[in-house]
Design a protein around this ligand. Structure first.
Ligand code: GRF
Length: 201
């Protein structure tokens, strides 16, 4: 695992999510149990109905819906995301199932301190439409014998930043996109928390 991110002793994490938020929940649980010496201080979603926002509310974490609906002008949305992360004293940003690209203002403000999790062995099966079951179907279509998970730094593109850590797992002949998704998500949570442990110390 390669991590060159320097952080304070208590790391405040900002999490961006779009839907279910199970990776967010893994972070919340790891922080609550003391597995991670970190604190999620803000959860931001482009989707006002996302499970992630609900999970944040239940955990007593500040949560915000910021999207093209709340901020139709892209630069203003980008600034609002940065402002919210700064207001909550975020040291490390995790995009966990966040379906949007971050804008240049946020990328600059948190340069080198934004990580993403993706359910494939990048650089394979990443990119704009590679989310949800699409990723696992692409793995099956390519007749891969193994798949995996990647945690990587975020740059201005989808799924292209420097790789920090990967986990590999086999693809079985009887696998469907759904069965792969079910197996991969469990290992995602483990890899994300292990990687965050490595980063936050
Ligand atoms: C995960 O597979 C993550 O790797 C991908 O989107 C999915 C989000 O799942 N980027 P969840 O919202 O964390 O449950």
């Amino acid at each position: 695992m390669s991590t060159d991110i320097s952080l304070p002793d208590v790391c405040n994490i900002g999490v961006l999510v779009s839907h279910r938020g199970s990776n967010l929940q893994a972070i919340i649980d790891a922080c609550e149990s003391g597995t991670l010496k970190a604190k999620p201080t803000i959860v931001i979603s482009n989707n006002s109905q996302s499970g992630g926002l609900e999970r944040a509310r239940l955990a007593g974490i500040a949560s915000l819906h910021l999207s093209s609906k709340t901020h139709p002008e892209p630069d203003l949305l980008d600034s609002a995301i940065t402002a919210a992360l700064k207001e909550h004293q975020v040291n490390l940003v995790v995009t966990a199932g966040y379906m949007k690209k971050l804008g240049p203002i946020t990328l600059q403000a948190f340069r080198g301190k934004i990580i993403n999790i993706h359910p494939s062995l990048l650089p394979k099966h990443g990119g704009k439409f590679m989310f949800g079951l699409n990723v696992h179907q692409a793995v099956l279509d390519a007749q891969e014998t193994e798949t995996g998970i990647t945690v990587h730094h975020v740059d201005g593109e989808y799924d292209t930043g420097q790789i920090i850590a990967q986990t590999r797992l086999p693809v079985f002949t009887h696998d469907t996109a759904e069965s792969l998704a079910d197996r991969v998500i469990i290992r995602e949570h483990e890899l994300l928390i292990d990687t965050l442990k490595g980063i936050t110390g």
